[in-house]
Design a protein around this ligand. Structure first.
Ligand SMILES: [Fe+2]
Length: 262
């Protein structure tokens, strides 16, 4: 499994408070089968004050200690970029991508997407980047308007869902929305968004839930295949599943829906 979203880098944002905390969590992740993790610290101009060099220095420090302790997990740099005016220039200047790829994990106002949201997204797209909206299920507009997520994907955005949302950590409304995104094939990645405030269970629980409730192919796509494509900077299909209503006279008598993976 690959986790593309966590705040495990110590003393950088509101995530891990010490390198010891980070190392403990990395051990739990590795023991459960996580092989690679993107350390996506918040990039929010005016709120979090650190330079790209400071990030790199913390990253190297944690990577070295994880290697010393023989923790079998690969650390990859990354950021969770808050959409602001001119953010496309920051992405270029500070290389705020996931690893060396052109994928960028972005976030915005949860209570209402600002009026310049799509303007900022388009500017990122025009620079050749591939934006992924972090924890899409937590946005009020996506919870209340079922077509909103489809609109985002139609506008060349990828969608990441938090594991904890699927397990109910953020309440019923968010949980229902998270499952709607997964069930309709609008979610491309499951991430932990782990802030090291407790054990790392939700990621594994969510993987099991998807495997049991849908199938193992979908679980593999959302926890590994798509994330692996980021590491290779390969193209990920915006639509990877079609849900088709069976014709009434169809010979297929089992169930009303079939899923075709392309
Ligand atoms: Fe996050």
């Amino acid at each position: 499994m690959i986790d593309i979203h966590c705040h495990l880098l110590h003393e950088i944002d509101d995530g891990s408070r010490s390198m010891d905390e980070s190392l403990k969590q990395l051990k739990l992740m590795a023991a459960g089968g996580v092989t690679q993790v993107f350390l996506t610290s918040h990039y929010f101009r005016g709120h979090y004050h650190y330079t790209r060099d400071e990030y790199l220095s913390k990253f190297n420090e944690l990577q070295q200690e994880a290697r010393n302790q023989l923790i079998p997990i690969e650390l990859i740099p990354g950021f969770e970029v808050f959409l602001q005016t001119g953010i496309e220039e920051d992405i270029v200047q500070h290389q705020l991508t996931l690893g060396d790829s052109s994928y960028v994990l972005i976030e915005s106002e949860l209570n209402g997407l600002p009026s310049d949201f799509y303007d900022n997204v388009y500017k990122i797209l025009r620079k050749g980047y591939k934006p992924i909206l972090a924890h899409a299920e937590r946005y009020v507009s996506i919870m209340t308007k079922s077509s909103e997520a489809k609109d985002l994907v139609d506008r060349n955005m990828y969608i990441q869902v938090n594991a904890g949302s699927l397990t109910g950590l953020y309440g019923d409304k968010v949980q229902r929305t998270a499952w709607r995104l997964v069930d309709s094939g609008l979610a491309h990645f499951i991430g932990s968004d782990d802030h090291v405030r407790g054990p790392y269970d939700a990621f594994f629980q969510a993987r099991n839930m998807i495997s049991e409730r849908i199938d193992n192919v979908t679980a593999e796509l959302l926890f590994k295949t798509h994330s692996n494509a980021i590491m290779n900077n390969a193209k990920i299909p915006y639509r990877y599943v079609m849900v088709q209503k069976q014709h009434r006279k169809s010979n297929h008598k089992k169930g009303f829906f079939s899923k075709i993976f392309g």
